[in-house]
Design a protein around this ligand. Sequence first.
Ligand SMILES: [Zn+2]
Length: 383
Amino acid sequence: MDRPCRTATLIVLARLCLASLALAQQPDPGLRLLTELVNANGASGFEGPVRDILRREWQGLLQDVRADGMGNLLGTLPGPGGSPKVLLMAHMDEVGFLVRYIDERGFVYMNNVGGYIDQSVLTQRFTITTPQGPVVGYTGMKSGHIVSADERNRLVPLQDMFLDIGARSREEAEKLGVRPGLPVTYRTELEPLNGTGRYLARAWDDRIGLAAITEALRQVRSHPNTIQVAATVQEENGLRGAAVVYPSTNPDIVINLEIGIATDFPLLTSPKLAQEALGKGPALFVFDGSMIPNNKFVDWIVKVARESNIPIQFESVSGYGEDGSILQRSAQGIPAINLGVPTRYAHSQSGVIDRADYDNTVKLLVQMLQKLSAAEVRSIREF
Ligand SMILES: [Zn+2]
């Protein structure tokens, strides 16, 4: 290792130490876990950094923490002998991009992994995660000084967008470690919003689901069931990781944790489009584009929430799919439900959540786990 390289390494190490020290000093362990999870880079197919955090967190909470051949992380919290198996599931990947092509001038083009409105991708900072470390890029666009009148309202399609990474040539880009297939994620970190109890961050979808599961595992006391847990890969790319979860977990009933689509902001106020608002509790999905949930399970959750004084809201949205639907259609069919933490601006550079909704989601999940006995599961499964 040469000298400049050693100095750079020392600086990086010092920064890492300071960052982890700052995390460790954060007085709120719930916020600490959320921060670590949403700041991790994990586009579909590149979920490693998220898996590492969960493996560490689950080590003391679950037995038999293991990854399958696709990269899904699994674990078990055994209950009484012969008790029903409840599967908790959430996905590790975030909506992101993969490098498609580097042109001869060193500009980097990308394919999206997950659904975007193209308009939201321009003029943003990104990180390309390379084997040599992170590479910073920016989705540039024509300056207002030179854009023509009719171009002003025209959308630039994603296929034409490029990342400016500072390189002058393809060779220079390759020297930085960039190659086709590498993951690209928005370059933002969690920020609490001005003491309001609301947070702004990138990958709520679906790190908040994983955080809620982890927190519930920490809080749950005597549960009359065996809890299976799956953190899945490649959800944003067609629910692919969930497709292999059934044989590893054999669940009797499935609870999928996700984001909900909050629409309580000035651009979208019509309840005809969606109904969720921040601060009104976890969203219980009664319909989405991939699944009609088990309705006895829906009613049972409404009852549990009411008994425990936890606010909930219904969500019904057609342009939305989730992993629970894959498990619902596994084996001979399994009752499944999707719960979401309401999130504004999903599938864009950042989203906003309300901490109270997150805490209430954890509370509801804990109540459900403590009450899902063999008799309850049998009655939900009966047709
Ligand atoms: Zn999701």
